[in-house]
Design a protein around this ligand. Structure first.
Ligand code: HEC
Length: 182
């Protein structure tokens, strides 16, 4: 495992532990208890303003981590298109869907968007923090399309899955157009 460059530390494994163990600031940052309510995707997330609000050890770590996560999300979505549209194989898709649901969520990604972490090594635009609610709404939107994808795959509704995948792709692009330098 050590030699495999694809295996990286994954803060999400211990994020919930950190939150529970320390009752740290991050608990308070989640403005709405709806953030924990499964299907609900209209939760409001308060901006992490410094590293100490998050499980990361530095701003740089947070930036590197979020970029790796987004790349993983991109490859999961690509693989899911293959599973569900090309192969119509919901069984093969199931573990990847579970992983996508965990990773492509506001709760998972937003702690890494610490205020002001744009600039060198990042493609993030500074307007993310000026328009925080609009930015976070993009991830809530993504979650709802991922939920729709999971439901369609669960019911082996492959047309529905194709539609949900295209909604997911549209959500990625819309956010990138506004909040990512390319
Ligand atoms: C709400 C906004 C938002 C949504 C939704 C979003 N992204 Fe992004 N994405 C960003 C931002 C901001 C960056 C730049 C992050 C950075 O460089 O610090 C980014 C960067 C990326 C990168 C580049 C990572 C790298 O290291 O080169 C990939 C790949 C990516 N996103 C894929 C996706 C995919 C796939 C989706 C949809 C499933 C998606 N994103 C949805 C905001 C978003």
């Amino acid at each position: 495992m050590q030699g495999d460059s694809r295996v990286r530390p994954r803060p999400q494994r211990w994020l919930p532990v950190a939150v529970l163990a320390s009752a740290c600031a991050w608990t308070l940052l989640i403005a709405s208890p709806l953030a924990w309510a499964g299907d609900s995707v209209d939760a409001v997330f308060t901006m992490p303003q410094s590293v100490s609000d998050t499980p990361f050890s530095s701003e740089r770590d947070a930036v590197v981590w979020r970029r790796e996560e987004l790349k993983e999300i991109e490859s999961l979505v690509r693989q899911l298109r293959f599973d569900l549209v090309n192969n119509q194989d919901a069984e093969a898709a199931a573990p990847r869907l579970a992983e996508l649901q965990e990773r492509a969520s506001a709760e998972h990604l937003l702690p890494a968007f610490i205020e002001g972490t744009h600039g060198s090594g990042s493609e993030a635009r500074p307007s993310i923090w000026a328009e925080w609610d609009n930015f976070t709404a993009g991830f809530n939107d993504l979650e709802s399309h991922v939920n729709a994808l999971v439901e369609a795959a669960h019911g082996e509704d492959y047309r529905g899955a194709a539609r949900a995948l295209s909604d997911v792709a549209t959500t990625c692009r819309s956010c990138h157009r506004v909040y990512r330098y390319r």
